[in-house]
Design a protein around this ligand. Structure first.
Ligand code: PHE
Length: 345
């Protein structure tokens, strides 16, 4: 019987080593180690032996069984590995490589700037209010105290859709929308959005751009409130070291009207008044916003009695400050969709 076992062991090992594909493994297993396999039938024959021979023989059979089992597992592993590497050679596809990371985009510089502006005004209690981009002549001009044929219309080169419809030239018509919606409540909103002007496109001006309008309506709102809010904004947006300057101006929908400027960063190093640079056109000052106290006619058009109510409004650009902050020399990049530009911010 010992001879029989040894023969089986040798044969099993040889056949196992001769296998060259994982497909052939089950058949081999079934023949040698399976429930009806050769080793099992040898174990069954133990009963025919004498009780002295039986334990020693049983031990040998079990050892061979274990040995074949281990060899089987090893062979299985090697065959699987060669299988994989063969396949990789054929398909040129390495399934074990990590996947390519997907590139995620990020917010446009304009959106980033808008969100900084929202945050600062939000801290001062202003809500965001959205108004239409396509407006009527009435809202874009007339209700803002700019009658037809009034020379002030020349301040806004306009895209006309037809005789009555325009692409809004500024966010100011939103003032009327907000007042008519909120009357008779006090108001504190900012109105961000796209504006359009029929202008030649140059490095400094686009025919489309963003503005953020502000509107506060209440009882006893005064020019000093406007000055306080705009100073706070300029300091939070550009730094406390910046000086803010207010000068008289003209807008048909505010009275009095002012222009808000901020000292240019070129004057910062020595702490003195700016000597000027290219950005500020050698004046030392940068324009931040147009503003003023809401004109009584405009308050009335929004439904508020100017005898009882007062308010301030301001309007500022969004691309221009971003352009100044990052030293970008051409506003057209904002709408050019060139990733080499966009990815820098
Ligand atoms: N709408 C004006 C413009 O676009 C800016 C402005 C807004 C001025 C609100 C005063 C008050 O030029």
């Amino acid at each position: 019987m010992l001879e029989q076992i040894n023969k089986l062991r040798k044969k099993g090992q040889n056949e196992l080593n001769a296998l060259n594909s994982t497909d052939q493994l089950p058949e081999w297993y079934y023949r040698y180690l399976g429930r009806k396999g050769d080793l099992t039938s040898l174990l069954k024959q133990l009963g025919t032996l004498s009780s002295e021979e039986r334990p020693a023989m049983g031990k040998v059979i079990n050892e061979v069984k274990q040995e074949l089992q281990e060899s089987f597992e090893l062979r299985q592993k090697t065959l699987r590995e060669t299988n994989l590497s063969q396949q990789l050679g054929i398909d040129d596809l390495d399934v074990t490589l990590p996947g390519r990371p997907c590139t995620t985009g990020h917010l446009h510089l304009t959106t980033q700037t808008l969100r900084r502006i929202y945050k600062i005004f939000q801290e001062m209690g202003f809500q965001v209010y959205e108004a239409p981009e396509v407006e009527s002549d009435e809202f874009n001009f007339q209700l803002l105290n700019i009658p037809e044929y009034h020379p002030a219309r020349d301040m806004w080169d306009t895209f006309w859709v037809n005789d009555e419809v325009v692409l809004r030239t500024h966010t100011s018509p939103g003032q009327i929308w907000a007042m008519r919606e909120y009357y008779p409540e006090p108001i504190r909103v900012i109105l961000p959005g796209k504006c359009y002007r029929f202008e030649q496109i140059t490095p400094r001006s686009e025919h489309q751009f963003f503005q953020v309008e502000g509107l506060a309506i209440g009882k006893n709102i005064r020019l000093t409130d406007l000055i306080g809010v705009m100073s706070e904004f300029a300091h939070k947006m550009y730094g406390v070291e910046r000086k803010v300057r207010f000068r008289g101006s003209y807008f048909p929908f505010t009275e009095p009207s002012i222009e808000i400027d901020m000292s240019c960063s070129c004057g910062e190093e020595d702490g003195t008044e700016s000597s000027g640079c290219r950005l500020c056109k050698y004046t030392g000052w940068l324009e931040v916003a147009g503003a003023g106290m809401v004109h009584p006619a405009v308050l009335r058009n929004g439904g508020y009695d100017p005898e009882e109510w007062s308010g301030f409004a301001f309007g500022m650009g969004v691309e221009r400050p971003a352009l100044l902050k990052h030293n970008i020399d051409d506003i057209r990049y904002f709408y050019g969709n060139d990733l080499r530009f966009l990815q820098q911010f």
